[in-house]
Design a protein around this ligand. Structure first.
Ligand SMILES: CC(=O)SCCNC(=O)CCNC(=O)[C@H](O)C(C)(C)COP(=O)(O)OP(=O)(O)OC[C@H]1O[C@@H](n2cnc3c(N)ncnc32)[C@H](O)[C@@H]1OP(=O)(O)O
Ligand SMILES: CC(C)C(=O)C(=O)O
Length: 510
């Protein structure tokens, strides 16, 4: 038995059955082009009878595809099969994929047919399809809830009628790896003409087992797998092609099968599907999630900096991503912080580094994500005020709709702490009055007070600029903090320090 697994991509058919994921013709053509670049073997382009739009899409994809087989789905009904054949007329390699349910529940309740009538439908539909195209796939819908005895008879009938691919879907995601693998082993052994067909998997993710079930079926002899990009599909979705392909690649030691998937095209395919369907990939999704190659915790980041194989079982490049990322947050340690500072062009002394790290940890505690701009603001702020004689130690502000607003400010002046409580017309005014009370500078006037956010988000750091003028001297102070008022106090005091320097080294008062 070959070790090559055919990849049947049904993003354009079952994937499109995800609520809200309809794609227009132009989008389907772009997706089909990317699926060919990705190296899938069969593209299920749609369900030709479903609508004129679906017919046109199947036809256009069939016309465009150069290498992949193009399939259309069809019920066990003459009109469906003839419509599929018509849409596929222009295909280089057409396939009709016809299906009917084989479980007692579906046959009785949904189809209102006896098992014998279903067998007759299989005979008729597959024969008709075979008269129209050479390549016919037959699916036993709800195979995993079908009686094994009857399922085997149905498969035998489909193969005898000319189907060369037999798909045994877990339509409602009910199987487990053990039961799904056992079903394939059982059918391949039991069906007398099984050797004439390729057996195929089609797994839904209702219990989150789609990929595990697919791999179990491959181990049991399936040689085609049906899946979708990003795992989109009816209800909880289908098995994700990128997960299957990478599992086979990364764990080839225990999963000794190959696919034609060009893994470096995976990320491009995933992003295209997200863009055209508007269905975003969850960040922690395997292979293609935004966090799949992102590391936040210090111990992992330290390991990654020493050797990426400590915490990555595949490289981001192997799935088409440019690099891993070390995301700075409250779990990060010194190694990652130092690496980030170096990449931003900073060379700090040991003391400066330790101070900056303390402040980074405090910021990370208060903020969900620390961006590069935050680090720049934080370090610049630290370096700027490192030698200031007047430092902001503590800020407390009481504000609200009923004034006057009040501030309690503690400054350290040449190492000595002093505190003042003041009122003002607004919290910033109250704060600046406190500075004036602690370090009188009556001749200085505030020329500018400006606040901007360092990054996006309600928890962004504020960067404040203050310009003070005194007797023809103008100085600008800046301050950054995730509390705008603390940033304001720092900016004002930074400007004041510069004024003191301009006055002459020892003169705190004008
Ligand atoms: C497991 C799967 O994913 S199967 C694919 C599911 N995908 C889709 O259904 C998307 C496209 N579907 C459609 O556009 C429409 O359902 C159509 C055009 C196929 C059919 O539309 P309608 O004729 O209005 O029928 P409707 O959808 O209401 O009901 C389905 C009919 O198909 C019958 N049917 C279901 N499966 C099959 C089958 N494999 N073979 C034959 N008949 C079937 C049902 O018994 C029902 O027949 P009834 O009307 O005599 O009771
Ligand atoms: C039509 C078949 C292949 C299907 O989509 C399913 O059973 O889930």
């Amino acid at each position: 038995m070959t070790d090559q697994i055919l990849i049947f991509d049904t993003t354009l058919r079952d994937g499109e059955q995800s609520p809200g994921c309809s794609m227009n013709l132009e989008e389907k053509l772009r997706v089909a082009a990317q699926l060919e670049a990705l190296g899938v073997d069969i593209i299920e382009a749609g369900f030709a009878i479903a609508s004129d739009g679906d017919f046109e899409a199947v036809q256009a994809v069939a016309q465009q595809c150069q290498r992949a087989v193009v399939a259309s789905l069809a019920r066990a009904a003459r009109a469906d099969i003839e419509r599929a054949a018509a849409a596929l007329k222009v295909a280089k390699r057409p396939r009709i994929h016809t299906f009917i349910a084989t479980s007692p529940l579906h046959m009785k309740v949904k189809l209102n047919k006896s098992p014998e009538q279903v067998l007759e439908s299989i005979r008729e539909s597959v024969s008709l399809a075979r008269n129209l195209v050479d390549d016919v796939e037959w699916s036993a819908e709800d195979a995993t809830r079908s009686e094994p005895e009857f399922l085997a008879r149905a498969i035998e009938t489909a193969i005898r009628a000319g189907a060369r691919t037999i798909n045994l879907p877990d339509t409602v995601g009910y199987a487990t790896p053990e039961t799904y693998g056992a079903m394939f082993r059982d059918m391949i052994a039991r069906v007398s003409n099984a050797d004439l067909a390729i057996f195929s998997t089609h797994c839904h993710n209702d219990l989150g087992l789609g990929v595990a079930n697919t791999l179990a079926a491959v181990a049991a002899g399936a040689r085609q797998v049906e899946s979708t990009i990003n795992g989109i599909g009816e209800r909880a979705g289908n098995a994700a092609v990128e997960e299957i392909a990478m599992a086979l690649k990364v764990r080839h030691d225990v999963l000794p099968w190959r696919t034609g998937i060009v893994s470096t095209e995976i990320t491009r395919a995933s992003r295209l599907i997200s863009a055209v369907t508007g269905m975003h990939v969850q960040p922690n999704k395997a292979i293609v999630g935004a966090n799949a190659f992102a590391h936040e915790s210090g111990i992992h980041q330290d390991g990654m900096l020493k050797d990426s194989s400590t915490y990555e079982i595949m490289t981001p490049e192997s799935v088409g991503q440019s690099h891993s990322s070390l995301v700075l947050g409250k779990h990060s340690g010194r190694a990652a912080f130092k690496d980030k500072l170096e990449s931003l062009g900073y060379q700090l002394s040991d003391n400066e580094f330790q101070d900056a790290f303390q402040r980074f940890k405090a910021l990370a505690d208060a903020k969900k994500q620390v961006f590069d701009e935050d680090i720049v603001a934080l370090v610049d702020d630290e370096v700027l005020r490192g030698h200031d004689r007047i430092q902001v130690t503590e800020v407390e502000v009481y504000c609200g709709s009923t004034g006057p607003q009040r501030a309690i400010l503690t400054l350290s002046i040449d190492g000595e702490e002093v505190t003042a409580a003041t009122k003002g017309n607004g919290p910033v005014d109250a704060l600046f009055n406190a500075v004036k009370k602690l370090v009188p500078h009556d001749e200085a006037t505030l020329q500018l007070y400006e606040v901007s956010a360092v990054t996006a988000g309600a928890d962004a750091q504020a960067e404040v600029s203050v310009v003070l003028a005194e007797n023809g001297r103008t100085v600008r102070g800046v301050g950054a903090h995730n509390d705008t008022l603390v940033a304001s106090a720092r900016a004002y005091v930074n400007a004041l320090n510069k004024l003191v320097v301009k006055r002459g080294r020892s003169a705190l008062a004008a």
